[in-house]
Design a protein. Structure first.
Length: 112
């Protein structure tokens, strides 16, 4: 998986918000009900009583202190290369890295 890399949690959360708002605008154009969230569809109709999406992802901190945001290429709207390009321009400049095993402690250590 690829991630956008930031120095601070605030920078990462801002990027996450930009990605979410971009996706929310696309969802609204596709007929999804949106307010502070994107609401799912029930029997093909979007409404406020369905499941909701309130953010693109949770930001994570790796062992070196850098903050991670899941790359928006995994967003359903990224199937449209022009939309992904437009979004990436809003996030520029950004460092992109592929997840490495040493970013986080081994799983067994997390639960001790």
């Amino acid at each position: 998986m690829d991630y956008l890399i930031y120095n601070t949690e605030q920078e990462a959360d801002t990027a996450q918000s930009i990605i979410f708002e971009f996706g929310k605008n696309i969802a609204a154009r596709l007929g999804y009900y949106t307010n502070e969230a994107i609401h799912g569809k029930k029997q093909g109709i979007s409404n406020a009583s369905t499941g909701v999406t309130i953010r693109w992802c949770d930001v994570k901190q790796r062992l070196d202190g850098k903050w991670l945001v899941l790359h928006p290429k995994y967003h359903s709207a990224a199937k449209d290369a022009a939309l992904l390009g437009e979004l990436m321009l809003e996030l520029d400049p950004v460092t992109i890295e592929t997840k490495q095993p040493d970013w986080f402690p081994p799983e067994e250590d997390i639960y001790r």
